[in-house]
Design a protein around this ligand. Structure first.
Ligand code: FE2
Ligand code: FE2
Length: 347
């Protein structure tokens, strides 16, 4: 349970009046009681296990603890009771977002192995997880107005995952194959859009396509065995030659995604090309790599360096940028990289 304003609610206290706060007397500083709380859909809860995060519901405009982490009945009973009371959406505290995301990952695996699960169910779990993932990335990394605008666009993309039949099978395929690649892809989508906006690009069609390119950039990894993707040591020559094919495989697979534009497809194909010609699959140099390819490349490497994996610790943001500037000198478009440093610095 968290300190502060909430008290535990009894079954009879709940209301569903929404989030109107009390009106403060003149001169009083208003602290939004919802600061730090994030909405989650109850359909994203596993039915089998007791939720391991605190659940809050709105009572007279304030978050009130409904059930405490690890106590109370199993998920299916919690869901039924909340639904009976008219709560489709409840709240968690952002300090427990990590636990909730782990819960989502386990539940996704549960849903994916359930042959009777329908697409809507999967989409709603995916949607809830992705929304929280995007929020978490924003809270942890950067702040500022440019980022807020990027967040709106990413949210639109996430909404599209939920409704957009074209893209869902690809995203679901990626999640079920390799969850880390999926979370990494959400990161890349967020950073790419924020970076493009920081560079002064405001054309919405381009930004959305770029974000989708980020989300699908590693789609080709679906053809690579998980044991290779998670291998702690160096790859053998044959494993490496497989990995080098994932951008082209991704572009092939993206042909199945209807209405995906050229910007997205080029971003997928070119995200491992490097300006000094040291990349793959073509070994193209700067003049031959599209702007979207150069943007995704920076977002991709930064995201990979700054995230924790089973076989390596996460580099701190400054260290990750230092490695990109030093050890990978010449790999990135200098202008794009400079903007990225400024973006992360909050400039
Ligand atoms: Fe990749
Ligand atoms: Fe990647």
């Amino acid at each position: 349970m968290r300190d502060g304003l909430e008290t535990r609610v009894s079954e009879g206290d709940a209301d569903t009046e929404g989030l109107q706060g009390d009106i403060a007397p003149p001169g009083e500083i208003v602290v939004d009681p919802w600061t730090g709380y994030v909405p989650v859909d109850i359909s994203s809860f596993s039915k089998l296990v007791v939720p391991n995060f605190d659940i809050y519901i709105p009572v007279r405009g304030r978050p009130v603890l409904y059930s405490e982490a690890g106590t109370g009945p199993a998920g299916w009973q919690v869901i039924r009771r909340l639904r009976d009371r008219g709560h489709g959406t409840v709240y968690i505290h952002s300090s427990q977002r990590e636990v909730y995301l782990d819960h989502i990952q386990e539940y996704l695996e549960e849903v994916l192995s359930d042959r009777s699960a329908d697409g809507n169910k999967l989409a709603s779990v995916l949607y809830s997880g992705t929304t929280n993932l995007v929020q978490k990335i924003f809270e942890e990394t950067v702040t500022g107005q440019a980022i807020q605008r990027a967040q709106d666009i990413v949210s639109t993309i996430v909404d599209n995952i939920y409704n957009w039949k074209d893209i869902l099978p690809s995203v679901v395929g990626l999640v079920s194959h390799h969850y880390y690649t999926y979370t990494h892809s959400v990161n890349v989508a967020v950073f790419s859009i924020a970076l493009a906006q920081h560079m002064g690009i405001s054309e919405m069609a381009f930004l959305k396509e770029l974000g989708l390119g980020g989300l699908l950039h590693d789609l080709g990894k679906r053809r690579i065995d998980r044991s290779i993707l998670d291998k702690p040591g160096p790859l053998s020559n044959s494993e490496w030659s497989l990995v080098r094919q994932h951008p082209a495989w991704g572009k092939d697979l993206s042909c199945d995604v209807a209405h995906l534009g050229d910007v997205s497809r080029r971003a997928i194909l070119e995200h491992h090309e490097r300006c000094d010609g040291s990349g793959y699959p073509e070994g193209a140099s700067r003049a031959d790599i599209s702007l979207e390819g150069r943007i995704i490349a920076v977002a991709d490497v930064y995201s990979a360096l700054s995230s924790k994996r089973a076989y390596k610790d996460a580099a701190r943001p400054f260290r990750a940028l230092e490695m990109m500037k030093g050890e990978m000198k010449g790999a990135f478009d200098p202008e794009v990289f400079r903007e990225f440093v400024l973006l992360l610095g909050g400039a």
